[in-house]
Design a protein around this ligand. Structure first.
Ligand SMILES: Cc1cc2nc3c(=O)[nH]c(=O)nc-3n(C[C@H](O)[C@H](O)[C@H](O)COP(=O)(O)OP(=O)(O)OC[C@H]3O[C@@H](n4cnc5c(N)ncnc54)[C@H](O)[C@@H]3O)c2cc1C
Length: 322
């Protein structure tokens, strides 16, 4: 049965995040010929219509109000509720990012809807939508069906392939919303990590653990990351030891990443770390202890000193990539 699906697009620094296209790909899987409507927020929203159309949106609501230029829970949840009211979708997909993780439950609760969060796969089975999501810190997966109401889910980045862009025939629908009684306003946004590749959407992540031994010890990893176009991450061990900022932490209480390639250097492989990276497509571990648990989840293991191995890798990759 065809479905009208609403996809919330997310942009940062003037460009759409890839997970917006992945959420559209998820929508295509269940729409079955039904309409796919994207919603883009803020004064740049009209700039995103074409790209969203190329990835499958039939219509793009460009949702404008001066309060939407910077994300706040209050303003965005009011705006999204008005879009939902206008669109009357049968399914809503939101990126499972910092913004989506904040926005989706708020809207679901306000509308009395269920929500399946952190979805890594969506399919139709026997005419019903089935969502797959990790549980027990990534040790198992569950399949969920929503038996009532709108099929509402957040989509984890880097799991559902966005596919190739096609021709865009999306219709732009300018949509003004009323936003009132804001309880919080953003005065200033201070970025802890400036520039570089976004960790949660990176195709390659290189993480350092307590084995890097100091803030300086991250340097070889940063050099390798530069050559590979990778993002740098860390274990909590490295963050706790103040070798790097907590914004780099990957794991159960940090960020969840699913890159094509994850390189763990000087990380033992505690279960809480694995929760954030074990779904990576290829895992390479560099550790001087051959018994380190990280080798149990690694596709390739290098037993050795990271301060020797990482610079060697950088040199070799430079030969073919730079
Ligand atoms: C509630 C809770 C939540 C947690 N959440 C997280 C989380 O989100 N993310 C997370 O990462 N952890 C988390 N932890 C902590 C986790 O249990 C581990 O303590 C942490 O992951 C260990 O970090 P590490 O592997 O860097 O350090 P260690 O366990 O100390 O491992 C360091 C590794 O480096 C290797 N090594 C040392 N020197 C070298 C060298 N020169 N070359 C190569 N290898 C070397 C050692 O052999 C060792 O295996 C959490 C813990 C709790 C209780």
């Amino acid at each position: 049965m065809s479905k009208k699906v609403l996809v919330v697009a997310e942009a940062r620094d003037g460009s759409l995040r890839n997970v917006s296209f992945e959420a559209l790909a998820a929508a295509k899987r269940i729409a079955d010929g039904g309409e796919i409507i994207a919603a883009a927020f803020g004064s740049d929203a009209a700039n995103y219509v074409e790209a969203l159309g190329q990835y499958g949106a039939n219509k793009v609501y460009t949702v404008t109000n001066k309060e939407l230029d910077t994300y706040t829970t209050d303003a965005y949840s009011q705006a999204l509720r008005q879009v939902i009211d206008a669109v009357q979708p049968e399914a809503i997909f939101i990126p499972h990012t910092g913004v989506g993780r904040d926005l989706a439950p708020r809207v679901a609760a306000r509308l009395g809807l269920g929500l399946v969060s952190d979805v890594i796969d969506v399919e139709i089975d026997g005419g019903e939508v089935v969502f797959t999501r990790p549980i027990y810190a990534g040790k198992a997966f569950e399949k969920k069906k929503m038996t009532d109401g709108i099929q509402f889910a957040t989509i984890r980045p880097n799991n559902i392939p966005a596919g190739e862009p096609g021709a865009s025939a999306a219709e732009a629908v300018p949509f003004n919303v009323e936003i009132k009684d804001l309880r919080a306003v953003i005065k200033e946004v201070v970025r802890k990590t400036a520039g570089g590749v976004d960790l949660s959407e990176a195709k390659i992540v290189i993480s350092g653990g307590r084995g890097v031994k100091s803030a300086e010890g991250f340097k070889p990893l940063q050099e390798l990351a530069e050559v590979l176009g990778a993002a740098v991450g860390a274990s909590r061990g490295a963050c706790d030891a103040e070798y790097c900022d907590y914004s780099l932490q990957i794991g159960q209480t940090g960020k969840v990443v699913t890159p094509d390639l994850y390189i763990a250097a000087g990380i033992s492989g505690a279960i809480q770390h694995l929760a954030g990276m074990s779904n990576s497509k290829v895992i390479v571990a560099i550790n001087k202890d051959p018994e380190a648990p990280i080798f149990q989840v690694a596709d390739y293991g290098i037993v050795g000193d990271l301060f020797e191995v990482v610079p060697l890798l950088t040199e070799e990759f430079k030969k073919v990539l730079v």
